[in-house]
Write a protein that binds this ligand. Structure first.
Ligand code: FAD
Length: 303
């Protein structure tokens, strides 16, 4: 039984968290509560997504700046090439670099008309994520993560094409791949084997999605290139109006997935937080990651 496994006691496990830029003051307040709760877990970095077509450019920048100035966290800024010229993209990268950003997540992005529409690169833009990585490399010695798809990207005709794109991103200077979420660990393991056979040796960090809302996940999964196994649907069956049990089940499901990956030798995890702390905090706790309170200042303790 999976839960008899011992959590990580040697401090080898490293985590990173993904947030999206908030749209309203209320959402910002909620994100900030999440950031404050997760910060003491000491993630390696926290990333902030970039909306379709650069629609969140300002909000992404504002969130990244807040993280840089108000926390001790290391931010990673997501960037896409959608609907932007090379000059515009280079300008955004330069602005982030000036701000003190040293990590990026470089993506092609989806067409503004939505996932599924045919992607057309901007005539003066970068054609894909590999070109974007190359452009970032030309600006500075950044840590650059890229995407990977254990079930292949929906636009990839086959795994060979998919892996070839990952290889191009690595050859352009990517330092790490973060996967799309998945629920079947065998698929991840097979993908990593395929990548290694193709001569790709960068870390391929599993992206873990704690299921805050099963119906929503089931709705967007196929568009994201991830499938929802029947056993998962079965576990959440009938819990739509029972948020407490839903959360307990979600925490168990994600912890089980992460522990199984640890058993397979995985030591790095990226969590899609959906700007919510509770599930991620619980899962991190279960795998042995503890909050480290800021050291008590000797002066104030004596006072
Ligand atoms: P690429 O790596 O450039 O390509 C993806 C796949 O498409 C390739 O594997 C390749 O097989 C196929 N492909 C691409 N071009 C061709 C071609 N010319 N011919 C044949 N096949 C081709 N989206 C956002 O808008 N903002 C974000 O912040 C964001 N963050 C993400 C973070 C992660 C970790 C992941 C996994 C995804 C994220 N996405 C984000 C979603 C991503 O933008 C979409 O999945 C998009 O459709 C592909 O972008 P990419 O960088 O993965 O593309």
């Amino acid at each position: 039984f999976r839960f008899s496994r011992r959590p990580d006691m040697g401090g080898r496990i490293r985590v990173s968290f993904e947030f999206f830029p908030p749209k309203t003051d209320e959402m910002e307040e909620k994100l900030w509560q999440t950031v404050t709760r997760l910060e003491p877990l000491g993630p390696r970095f926290v990333s902030v997504t970039y909306g379709a077509g650069g629609s969140t450019r300002e909000r992404t920048a504002r969130t990244v700046r807040r993280i840089l100035t108000e926390t001790r966290l290391t931010p990673a800024a997501h960037m896409t090439c959608v609907d932007a010229t090379r000059d515009q993209v280079d300008q955004v990268v330069a602005e982030f670099a000036e701000m003190g950003v040293k990590r990026f997540v470089a993506l092609r992005g989806d067409p503004a008309e939505g996932v599924g529409a045919r992607y057309r690169p901007h005539p003066e833009g970068y054609a894909n994520a590999a070109e974007l990585v190359g452009a970032m490399r030309a600006v500075g010695d950044f840590d650059i993560s890229v995407s990977a798809y254990p079930e292949k990207h929906p636009e990839s005709p086959d795994f060979a094409t998919d892996i070839d794109m990952l290889k191009r991103k690595v050859d352009s200077g990517a330092t790490r791949a973060i996967t799309q979420f998945f629920f079947d660990n065998d698929l991840y393991e097979r993908y990593v084997e395929r990548a290694r056979r193709a001569g790709i040796y960068i870390p391929i960090v599993p992206g873990v999605l704690p299921v805050h809302n099963f119906s929503q996940v089931a709705n967007f999964s196929s568009r994201a290139g991830a499938h929802v196994p029947a056993w998962l649907a079965e576990r959440f069956d009938g819990l739509q109006k029972d948020p407490q049990t839903h959360a307990l089940v979600a925490s168990a499901v994600a912890a089980e997935q992460v522990m199984d990956l640890m058993e397979r030798g995985v030591e790095d995890f990226h969590f899609y937080t959906m700007n919510r702390a509770d599930l991620v905090f619980a899962i991190c706790h279960m795998i042995g990651i503890r909050a480290h309170e800021p050291a008590v200042d000797a002066g104030s303790a004596a006072a």
